[in-house]
Design a protein around this ligand. Structure first.
Ligand SMILES: C[S@@+](CC[C@H](N)C(=O)[O-])C[C@H]1O[C@@H](n2cnc3c(N)ncnc32)[C@H](O)[C@@H]1O
Length: 283
């Protein structure tokens, strides 16, 4: 299968604003690499997504900013999925918190006493390297209790749903609006032998008839979370929200403060993960 790879070059000063704009159209995420004095943001998307569309998006969104001159350049490549997968063979096992270890399925590694989450190399977001995924894993490690019911909104590679199941959740609903993500998540769920606990579905949150859960996880964008917040509140008791830039911390806290108690903030590489509980939920 062929993929379109966009390479968006910007400088460190503009990185936050450019990634915030890109996340709206590419919620599956992207890779960020250093390049001399600049940074390159690599986006993998369908071959039918035109380069002109991406250029227009960036031009339009940056032109209305007060400081106007946002530097960016955009190039594109077409790559085979297999080449992308080969690149990921450099991925090292990652220890998360006290209990978890994420590794590629192609790599042998003894996790010791840690709970091992195996991931197939692939394009879907969530091999455990992104700070927003890591923030959610850290939060899950201390939040999940035996028998909990969990909803993972935007499961990507399935990593958080798998972690929740392995940490003791009795039932996990994992949904994603992206078909490829659901395919990859299905493979990862099978690989980790947690299929009996996880209900996986290719559907958007907006259309999903949600169960009542103890923990709702949403590693999306700030805008998505704000838009879905009132419905989230009806479904969950505790929440893990991620995909929020640390610069939006105050705005996020203010938005949540009326109906939620924030119980933990995890900050990693410019990204924030927020653990909170509904105010009317006492335990
Ligand atoms: C940033 S990725 C997070 C993946 C994974 N949960 C993780 O933490 O690594 C966001 C995922 O949410 C999915 N998504 C975005 N909006 C959604 C919606 N409204 N309903 C369901 N899935 C959505 C995207 O397709 C993408 O796979």
């Amino acid at each position: 299968m062929k993929w379109r790879e966009f390479l968006v070059t910007t400088n460190y000063a503009n990185l936050e604003i450019v990634t915030a704009i890109l996340l709206e159209s590419f919620p599956q995420g992207f890779q960020i690499e250093e390049a001399e004095n600049n940074v390159i943001i690599k986006i993998y998307t369908s071959p039918s997504y035109p380069l002109s569309c991406l250029k227009n998006l960036l031009r339009k969104r940056t032109s209305c900013l007060k400081n106007g001159s946002i530097f960016f350049e955009v190039k594109e490549n077409f790559i085979e999925e297999n080449d992308f997968v080969k690149e990921q063979t450099f991925f090292k096992p990652i220890k998360i918190g006290e209990k978890l270890l994420v590794k590629l399925s192609s790599k042998g590694y003894f996790g010791g006493k840690r709970i091992v989450i195996e991931m197939k190399p692939g394009i879907a977001f969530g091999t455990g390297t992104h700070p927003t995924t890591q923030g959610c894993l850290l939060a899950l490690e201390s939040l999940v209790k035996k028998g909990d019911r969990v909803l993972d909104v935007g499961t990507g590679s399935g990593i958080l749903a798998i972690a929740a199941a392995k940490l003791g959740a009795s039932k996990v609903w994992a949904i994603d609006s992206d078909e490829l993500s659901v395919k990859v998540a299905g493979e990862n769920i099978y690989l980790n032998q947690v299929a009996q606990k996880i209900f996986l579905k290719n559907i958007s949150f907006e259309k999903f008839i949600c169960p009542q859960v103890d923990i709702l996880i949403a590693n999306l964008t700030k805008e998505d979370i704000f838009r879905m917040l009132s419905r989230f509140k009806k479904i969950g008791k505790s929440f893990i929200f991620s995909g929020i830039l640390t610069s939006s911390k105050k705005e996020f806290e203010e938005k949540l403060s009326r109906e939620f108690n924030i119980i933990r903030l995890i900050s990693r590489e410019g990204w924030l993960t927020v653990v909170c509980r509904r105010k009317d939920e006492l335990t």
